[in-house]
Design a binder for this molecule. Structure first.
Ligand code: AMP
Length: 282
């Protein structure tokens, strides 16, 4: 397992594999990897001959008051995890390798970026679309792997791939959780003991809504109230959004028909966490 820092090294490795007729999977990440990321690498390794994992804290997807500077980084532990999960190459570029000083070209999409995190984090998805498009062009993978943990990101990437005819197959991967239900996230390391316990309110409130849908509740406002009430009972939690949307368009829905995304973003202290589930009415 190799860690490389330049685009040329990635291209050389991939073109050597291509000469052997091998298939290539890509797993884009920001590093500080955990079992959620490992599940993506494993799936990619099951489905492709070779796996590239990018580890890059992408500055252009962070807002001015967000956690870019303090985002956790540990490339040594990341390389061990990637190797154990079956990855073959880590691409860990410096900002200068990805962004020329006069960089001025961006990829963006409308509609699916308007609500949820897109509304709360202006410019975030433009940064994501741009870096992921660059990674697609650098690696030219057969398949790329994204977690359902970032449901809107997944929808956004599927949309640019479809709209711009990017020749890659997008493979969604289920949310990996801690035993007590908290969705694994590199940002969980920001939480102190009290906040870690309080953070369970995300999965707990979503479970309540899930149960309510299973029992037949179809009204979005009532379901959002179930979630909101649970979160308001947790003193360390502050709601950023609670939304129920069509899972393809991500437009808010008044009542549950077909497939919906129930998504929340909640501050636990200063740490913003997200979680979601998708429900399909059969
Ligand atoms: P990040 O490093 O947070 O940008 O995440 C990189 C990729 O890993 C994204 O596609 C995420 O959706 C995915 N991912 C992060 N956490 C999880 C998780 N708990 N379960 C599944 N996928 C995850």
């Amino acid at each position: 397992m190799l860690v490389v820092h330049s685009i040329k090294e990635v291209k050389d490795a991939v073109s050597a594999w291509r000469k052997e007729g091998l298939t290539v999977g890509l797993v884009p990440t920001m590093g500080y990897l955990h079992e959620g990321h490992a599940s993506l690498v494993k799936k990619s390794s099951d489905e492709n001959d070779r796996v590239v994992v990018s580890v890059f804290v992408n500055p252009i997807q962070f807002g001015p008051n967000e956690d870019y500077d303090k985002y956790p980084r540990d490339i040594e532990s990341d390389s061990k995890l990637v190797e154990a999960a079956g990855g073959n190459l880590i691409f860990n570029p410096l900002n200068e390798e990805m962004y020329a000083p006069d960089f001025s070209s961006f990829v963006d999409t409308a509609g699916v970026t308007e609500g949820l995190c897109g509304a709360k984090r202006p410019g975030h998805f433009r940064g994501v679309c741009t870096v992921v498009t660059k990674l697609f062009n650098i690696v030219c993978p057969d398949r790329a792997y994204f977690g359902e943990k970032d449901a809107q990101q997944l929808a956004v990437i599927k949309r640019i791939v479809r709209d711009l005819n990017i020749p890659v197959e997008i493979r969604p991967c289920p949310i990996i959780r801690e035993q007590d239900g908290l969705a694994k996230s590199s940002r969980n390391t920001y939480l102190n003991d009290r906040e870690r316990k309080a953070a369970l309110v995300l999965s707990r409130s979503l479970n309540k809504a899930h149960n309510a849908i299973e029992k037949g509740e179809r009204n979005s406002d009532k379901l959002k109230a179930v979630i909101t009430e649970e979160i308001l009972n947790e003193p360390l939690a502050k709601i950023d959004y609670v939304e129920i949307s069509d899972s393809l368009s991500l437009k808010p829905v008044d009542s549950i028909k077909k497939s919906v995304l129930v998504a929340i973003a909640v501050y636990i202290g200063k740490t913003r966490l997200i979680d979601n589930f998708t429900f399909e009415i059969k």
